[in-house]
Write a protein that binds this ligand. Structure first.
Ligand code: ADP
Ligand code: MG
Length: 722
């Protein structure tokens, strides 16, 4: 298509390959940057900016700025490389005001091109080098006519993420070409008053300013607006979901009486701490309401979350309904099953374990028992989420270690197993009336910094258990180099001989938590090495994710009962494992683990209450700056909340939850935690909007709603809003 003037008609949806001057190879390069359409192109935001100064004389060149100057080459020198590699070419440029040194690396070819006496124009970033101004790798052009006009303007230039065959300058050119044509096609999704109120430019203007700012201030204004857009959409999605949960779902109201409370507490081997009591109260109040609870329980490793969860599950059972506890690994599910079983021994609560390890016949029978209500409480893994699991009357779901599950999975229980009384559910949407849902309690031992709980877990209420149960002696943490490993193991052998137990953790090789073949071998090899060299006469066993579950259960049981003294493991023991007499831990290659994971691992020791101090030794050779920073943090504090905040600072939000998807689109522009104030602004606005217009059906919100469905609809269940 072409308009009246014969110009090609450029739309936001126009493929980049159809733009003038873009051949197959260029188009290919753009597509490698994730850019297919013109809209993708203008959303390719500058990574940074560079100030380019107008041409000036050498004495006036800006330090640390990109400057342009012309002059005469007064001398050149080629410095041959030491060993292999290419040499360095140096020249001195002079004008009436002074001299500057120019250096090109890997530039032997310049010997043929640049000679004393030539007049050239050079451009580059001016830095002090050994006290003298210098430009490294300047761009240069010969000036045949020394009096030619000075053409370089002073400019603040965007620098884009680029490729070798698609330099930033080419991207800049193309964006500058399309921007004026497509800006009018960008529609402002936000109400005008809101923009006024926050002193923010409209969206088209923000796109113009981010690509073509006059100065830092304009670029910052534009970025703030675009980041706000992103955060507002996120907060709207979360707020709508929250609102929907509160108004369109019904949950069973559970009874909470003096007798029930007494009954449940009598089961526990210890009185609850005030912190646990506080959280139990919050939960019990939620469970009495007809809206489903959606609560995140966070507390440091060992804070005692399990009994709180069990309290909630037992409230369901006391009211003749069912409870389910879902753990991220089979090992942890088995652990929970064993410890809950001990607490409930002798009661008439009917408890079952459902993991992927169960055989088909056993599974069929178990599923029938669950569906017909012969089981009160099920503990399991993701296997609980499969289609075939139906409950007669599921009232409370506890999800342990939520950071390892997708947000999406929480929704899965909602559509099933609310029993005969629930309306028929077709394709995930209710035919009539409100949808029945159980109450949810999700637990995490990776404390979520507030910024993140507002984003990733923003649809949840949050309860926090601060501090640890009484009687815990602090854990002594040491970070030591590999060279000291033998010394460490000799010391640990001493302690084990005196009756303590020890974990030795060997890293997995890929970050996903699955051990590769190489890894399994190293667990076994390391165990053998330790057995032979340090732990002769002691019982050493291994545990990892590839063991059959009966074998693994047996290993854990022998360790728990003290028959095994040393357990060499992969990170399968990272969560939940609770053996109070295990007071020593060694983590090999600690630099390979994330901070949260190291803290989790360390949380396996220090569980005794007899006052003896536990020891955790991280053997590491920090190879990167980040790894060194992590080691410093883990050595310095045992406070999970502090660690989580530092972790977020070191890694940034994208990596905080590891490689697992958590059902949220990544933030592209906003930066967490720096943009916290903007996030709070977005949250307030979103709440106001949704209070006034819950389904965003007002005309001024139509566009926003469409965007929301487009970006987050599936992830946040927005489609349900109708
Ligand atoms: P986490 O919060 O990491 O899941 P757990 O629930 O596994 O922690 O509890 C850690 C340990 O503390 C367990 O051995 C548990 O029995 C013990 N514990 C929990 N609450 C109390 C309490 N109120 N008094 C004494 N010990 C407790
Ligand atoms: Mg736990």
């Amino acid at each position: 298509m072409a308009d009246a003037a014969g110009e090609p008609d450029i739309r936001l949806s126009t493929p980049v390959r159809d733009l003038p001057g873009i051949g197959v190879r260029r188009a290919d390069a753009f597509s490698r940057l994730g850019i297919q359409t013109v809209f993708d192109l203008i959303r390719h935001l500058p990574a940074r900016y560079e100030r380019h100064f107008a041409e000036g004389c050498i004495a006036d060149l800006p330090m640390e700025g990109v400057g342009t100057a012309r002059g005469t080459i007064v001398n050149t020198r080629y410095i041959t490389p030491m060993g292999r590699g290419k040499g360095r070419f140096q020249a001195t440029l002079e004008d009436h005001s002074g001299r500057i040194s120019l250096t090109w690396f890997n530039a032997g070819y310049l010997r043929e091109k640049l000679h004393p006496g030539m007049t050239v124009r050079v451009q580059g970033k001016v830095k002090a080098f050994g006290g003298y101004p210098q430009i490294a790798n300047p761009k240069w052009e010969p000036l045949d006519d020394p009096n030619r006009e000075n053409t370089a303007d002073e400019r603040y230039r965007p620098i884009y993420r680029a490729l070798e065959n698609l330099p930033s300058a080419r991207i800049e050119e193309l964006i500058a070409l399309v921007l004026p044509k497509v800006l009018p096609q960008i529609v402002e999704p936000l109400p005008v008053e809101m923009l006024h109120h926050h002193a923010m430019p409209a969206l088209p203007e923000a796109y113009r300013l981010i690509h073509l700012p006059e100065d830092e201030e304009e670029a910052a204004t534009a970025r703030r607006r675009l980041a706000f857009n992103e955060l507002l959409l996120l907060q709207l999605g979360i707020t709508i979901k929250r609102h929907f949960n509160k108004t369109s779902l019904v949950a069973p109201r559970l009874k909470w009486t003096v007798a029930i409370d007494r009954h449940i507490r009598d089961r526990f081997p210890f009185p609850l701490t005030p912190a646990q009591d506080g959280v139990v109260k919050e939960i019990a109040q939620d469970l009495q309401r007809p809206q489903p609870m959606n609560r995140l329980l966070q507390g440091d490793v060992g804070a005692g979350k399990t009994v709180v969860a069990l309290y909630a599950l037992l409230m369901a059972v006391a009211d003749r309904k069912q409870g389910a506890l879902m753990a991220p690994t089979e090992l942890l599910a088995e652990q929970h099953y064993a410890s809950v079983g001990r607490i409930l021994a002798g009661s008439n609560v009917r408890l079952a374990l459902l993991t992927g390890a169960i055989d088909a016949a056993g599974r069929r029978e178990l599923l029938a028992d669950v569906e017909e209500g012969r089981i009160d409480m099920v503990i399991g893994t993701q296997a609980l989420l499969t289609e075939s699991v139906r409950f007669r009357d599921l009232a409370v779901v506890v999800v342990d270690e939520q950071h390892r599950f997708g947000v999406l999975q929480r929704a899965a229980f909602r559509e099933r197993g609310a029993g005969e009384n629930s309306p028929a559910v077709v394709g995930g949407t209710p035919k009539t009336g409100p949808l029945r849902s159980p109450h949810y309690l999700v637990m995490t031992a990776t404390p979520i910094p507030r910024t993140l709980s507002l984003t990733v877990f923003g649809d949840l209420d949050v309860s926090t258990i601060r501090g640890l149960p009484p009687g815990r002696a602090p854990i002594v943490t040491r970070v030591v180099p590999q060279a000291k490993a033998d010394e460490v193991y000799r010391y640990i052998a001493e302690r084990v001989k005196k009756g303590e137990q020890a974990y030795v953790v060997v890293p997995t090789i890929d970050a996903t938590g699955h051990e590769s073949a190489v890894q399994l071998k190293s667990v076994r090899e390391h165990a053998k090495h330790l057995q032979d060299k340090f732990f002769s006469g002691l019982k050493v066993e291994t545990v990892h994710g590839r063991l059959a579950s009966e074998t693994r259960e047996a290993v854990m049981e022998r360790f728990r009962s003290g028959r095994t003294q040393v357990l060499v493991a992969t990170t399968v023991i990272e969560v939940g494992v609770d053996v109070p007499n295990a007071m020593v831990m060694v983590v090999e290659h600690a630099e390979r683990f994330g901070l949260a994971q190291l803290h989790q691992l360390r949380g396996r020791v220090g569980r005794g209450t007899d006052g003896r101090k536990s020891l955790c030794v991280f053997i590491s050779e920090p190879v990167t700056e980040d790894a060194a920073a992590r080691m410093a943090v883990i050595a310095e504090t045992n406070d999970g909340f502090r660690i989580a905040e530092r972790d977020l600072e070191i890694r940034g939000m994208g990596d905080f939850f590891g490689t697992r998807q958590h059902g949220m689109p990544p933030l592209r522009i906003a930066r967490i935690p720096e943009d916290m104030p903007l996030l709070q602004l977005a949250r307030r606005d979103a709440e106001q909007m949704i209070t006034a217009d819950p389904a965003l059906t007002r005309p001024e919100h139509t566009l926003l709603r469409r965007l929301l469905v487009q970006y987050y609809g599936d992830a946040l269940g927005l489609i349900d809003v109708g």
